[in-house]
Structure formats: structure tokens, C-alpha cells
Ligand binder design. Structure first.
Ligand code: SAH
Length: 286
């Protein structure tokens, strides 16, 4: 008889490999921005991504809480569209949230599919926050957050029915990322990405895109790089949705709100001038 060995939650290799990853982790460990926390307080789903869809103009004349709730509604709508593209995931399936933040999209996925979800983030503060949320929601046996690097998760080969990344790919090398995802997702599994990327057609990185990079300590990739890296790693896109027009109203509302952070103008400039897209890519592992 073989004894079952406990599986350690922390991979044996160090999670943070270089100074850049350490600086990103420090940013997210210290992040307490009202644009994220006040919106999350609306219903306990904490997002660190942007919204899509038209806002109700009536909120502009109302109390500040109405604007906050409306921005939160648009951010939740974004995550719903992302999850729509995962297809059918059975209740005994398993999903991974690459760069899980405070866990909002992971909880929505668990609610929708009833399946196990593993979120990974390089911020230990986010891991603690999101695992606490899981306990409060009574789903900590199904939704778990781990201090792991999505470039080298330590999860078993072929263990995930699907993976998504919601605004996290600008922090990593895409070849390294999709190499790891190709290992985790077996043939026929789905990957969904929502990201900002710059437009190869208008040339290199625009000034507005550089301002966004600087604000978040990230490195926005060109649109072409996504398709190159996906194809090189056995992922074939089935849907590509340009969400740029759908996200502009969110940024207009955010610019008028009390929780604006100052990055609203570069986003609006970049989207309106066409140097930047808000893109959803759904791809199958072949
Ligand atoms: N997807 C979440 C959070 C987006 S914010 C949401 O939609 O709310 C970006 C996230 O990427 C942060 O949680 C950050 O810790 C994570 N991240 C950045 N680089 C990472 C890496 N190499 N491995 C895992 N997570 C990473």
C-alpha cells in the first residue's frame, strides 16, 4: 500500500524570480485603491479590471454611490462576457484564473459552473484577501487562491479544463505564459484572455500606451504578439472580440467619478486615437 503524500501548496521553486516580478508583487501587495475597494464593497465581488457596456446617464445626477454601483455593474458585465467564452465547463471540472487579484472573476466562475477554481497571483496580500472571501462565501472547498507564478504554477500537467487571464498578460512574457498554459490544458480545452494591447497598424507604442505602462509597471504587448505566441504554443483562436467601443463609456464615467485615479485620460486617448485595443481572445488547445 502506498501512503498518500501531502501535496505542498507552495511550489519548490521560488515564486518571484526577478526584480521585475518583485516590483509587481509589491505594487499589488500595497494596492488599496478606492476604485477597486469601494466598487467591491457593493456586493463583495472585488475586481481589478475595467468595465464594458453603456452606463445609465441618470447616475450622473445622483449620489456618488450610484456612480460607484454603476461602474461595478460594468466591471461584472465584463467578467460575465469573459466567462461566456469558456464554453460548457462541467461541475467536476477545474479552472485556473491566471493573475486572480482579489478573486472576483473566480467566484463568478464557481457560481456559474459549480466547478473547482484555482486562482494564482504573485501578491500574498491578494491571496490572503481572496481566501478570506472564499471562507466568507462558504466556497473555500471549491475556490482556492495560491501564491504562485502563472509562468510556472506547479499544477499537474493536463489538470485544467480551461484557463483565463483577465487583464494580467501585460505583466509577463507571452511565450513563457502560453507554454505553461499548453502544459496545463489538455487537447480540446479552452483559454480566454481579456487584455489591452497596442495596435501594430498605427505603429509602435504610442505616448498614451507608454503612460499606461508606466502607471501600472507593466509592458503592454502588440496585438500581433498574442496571435504569434498562441499559435506557437498550440492554441487556435475561435473568437476574437474587439471590446474597445464597449469599454469607452466605462472610462468616460470613471473620469467623472470621485474614484478617478488620473489614468483615465491616457486610456481614453489611446482608445479614441486607435493606438490601443481592448481585446477578448478565446482559443482552443489543439
Ligand atoms: N484578474 C484579476 C486581477 C487583475 S490585476 C481581475 O480581473 O480582477 C493583475 C493581476 O496579475 C494581479 O493579481 C497580479 O498579482 C497578477 N500577476 C502579475 N504577474 C503575475 C505572475 N507572473 N503570476 C501570477 N500573477 C501575476
Amino acid at each position: 500500500m502506498t501512503a498518500t503524500r501531502p501535496v505542498p501548496d507552495v511550489p519548490t521553486r521560488p515564486v518571484l524570480r526577478n526584480d521585475y516580478q518583485r516590483s509587481v508583487a509589491t505594487y499589488w501587495n500595497n494596492e488599496k485603491d478606492p476604485v477597486n475597494l469601494r466598487l467591491g464593497d457593493v456586493d463583495g465581488l472585488y475586481h481589478h479590471h475595467y468595465g464594458i457596456g453603456d452606463y445609465d446617464p441618470a447616475v450622473l445626477g445622483g449620489p456618488e454611490e450610484a456612480i460607484i454601483a454603476e461602474m461595478h455593474r460594468l466591471e461584472t458585465a465584463q467578467a460575465d462576457v469573459l466567462l461566456d467564452h469558456l464554453g460548457d465547463i462541467p461541475p467536476n471540472g477545474r479552472l485556473m484564473d491566471g493573475g486572480s487579484g482579489r478573486g472576483g472573476t473566480s467566484f463568478m466562475a464557481n457560481q456559474r459552473f459549480g466547478c473547482q477554481v484555482d486562482g494564482v497571483t504573485i501578491s500574498e496580500a491578494q491571496v490572503a484577501f481572496a481566501n478570506d472571501q472564499a471562507r466568507q462565501r462558504g466556497v473555500d472547498d471549491q475556490v482556492r487562491f495560491h501564491f504562485r507564478n502563472m509562468l510556472d504554477t506547479g499544477f499537474e500537467t493536463g489538470s485544467m479544463n480551461g484557463i483565463w487571464t483577465n487583464e494580467t498578460t501585460m505583466y509577463v512574457d507571452l511565450d513563457d505564459l502560453y507554454g505553461e498554459f499548453a502544459r496545463l490544458i489538455p487537447f480540446g480545452g479552452r483559454y480566454v484572455c481579456v487584455t489591452g494591447c497596442y495596435n501594430d497598424v498605427t505603429g509602435g507604442r504610442s505616448k498614451a500606451v507608454s503612460q499606461i505602462d508606466q502607471h501600472y509597471t507593466c509592458n503592454i504587448h502588440p496585438r500581433s504578439k498574442y496571435f504569434e505566441a498562441l499559435a506557437a504554443n498550440h492554441f487556435v483562436p475561435i473568437n476574437v472580440v474587439d471590446l474597445t467601443a464597449a469599454t469607452i463609456p466605462y472610462w468616460e464615467l470613471r473620469a467623472k467619478s470621485s474614484v478617478a485615479t488620473g489614468i483615465e485620460d491616457p486610456f481614453l486617448t489611446a482608445y479614441r486615437e486607435g493606438s490601443f485595443h481592448y481585446l477578448l481572445i478565446a482559443a482552443d488547445r489543439i
